[in-house]
Design a protein around this ligand. Structure first.
Ligand SMILES: *[C@@H]1O[C@H](CO)[C@@H](O)[C@H](O)[C@H]1NC(C)=O
Ligand SMILES: *[C@@H]1O[C@H](CO)[C@@H](O)[C@H](O)[C@H]1NC(C)=O
Length: 252
């Protein structure tokens, strides 16, 4: 938990990535109690499991991609295993076609009690959405909580050295450990927004990927231990793929 707190600022930055797509015909219903909408055509894209699929390599090679920052370029930083590149996210009740673009903007918060600050900020943002968004023209997405893996007890491996040496995801669809407290804050804040907002509920699928962090293949090399960010190629590609599918499906 202490490690979670010390890294939570970074995480709040990630959490505050808010996606707004303009000029779009949105068809979610306006019911205030059902405005956390992440099902399309009866399929929850965030519920599922990771399946190893060697025939489905990442769509780019980080080694040769000029846009990937050093701390995420695990292969370049010497990570010797490759298995983690070959897991595909399989939603329980549908397929997830591959994606080809993303669109994000970002926002940063100040240093105070982080959960309190976070909930206040979300309240401010929600009020802005309710005042300014026309749901017939604009789709609003909120990116959920990206979790870390510092405590092996969370995934029933108490002797694990944080996320170091993890080479496989947690099997199945259920993470045995606790969810980050920020998840409850997000769900509470979004439930108060009257306009339709789609939560990109990436927490569970990311919790399953204890193997997806840079660990000692991040910016500090062997002297660091990064179990917060994600190797690229990696888990964030799946977040983007899901976002892409939600957008496409809404357009149909
Ligand atoms: C990425 O490219 C490098 C350099 O061309 C190559 O050595 C490496 O095997 C490639 N990695 C993957 C996962 O294809
Ligand atoms: C990991 O979690 C377990 C169970 O919650 C706890 O007893 C332990 O102190 C934690 N370890 C660290 C290093 O925080």
């Amino acid at each position: 938990m202490a490690l979670w707190v010390s890294s939570s600022f970074e995480k709040l930055v990630i959490v505050m990535i808010v996606l707004v797509l303009v000029h779009h015909h949105h068809l979610a219903n306006g019911n205030a109690n059902e405005n956390i909408e992440n099902r399309v055509s009866g399929c929850d894209l965030f519920q599922g499991s990771w399946v190893e699929d060697i025939s489905n390599p990442p769509q780019y090679n980080a080694t040769t991609c000029p846009f990937i920052e050093k701390e995420f370029n695990c292969q370049n930083n010497g990570r010797p295993d490759h298995n983690y590149l070959y897991y595909s996210w399989h939603p329980t009740s549908c397929d997830l076609p591959r994606w080809d673009f993303i669109q994000v903007g970002s926002k940063v918060m100040k240093d105070m009690d982080r959960m309190v600050a976070f909930e206040m900020a979300l309240g401010t943002w929600g009020a802005w959405v309710d005042t300014n968004i026309d749901p017939t023209k604009t789709m609003v997405f909120f990116q959920g909580i990206s979790p870390n893996h510092y405590n092996g007890s969370d995934w029933n491996e108490p002797n694990a050295k944080q996320c170091q040496g993890q080479m496989t995801p947690v099997l199945g669809s259920i993470y045995p450990g606790q969810y980050p407290p920020a998840v409850a804050v997000v769900k509470r804040a979004l439930s108060k927004i009257k306009k339709p907002v789609t939560l990109l509920d990436i927490t569970t699928l990311s919790l399953l990927r204890k193997d997806g962090h840079p660990s000692i293949y991040g910016i500090g090399g062997a002297s660091g231990m990064d179990c917060t960010h994600w190797c690229i190629a990696g888990v964030p590609d799946t977040w983007n793929q899901i976002l892409y599918n939600l957008i496409i499906w809404h357009k149909l």
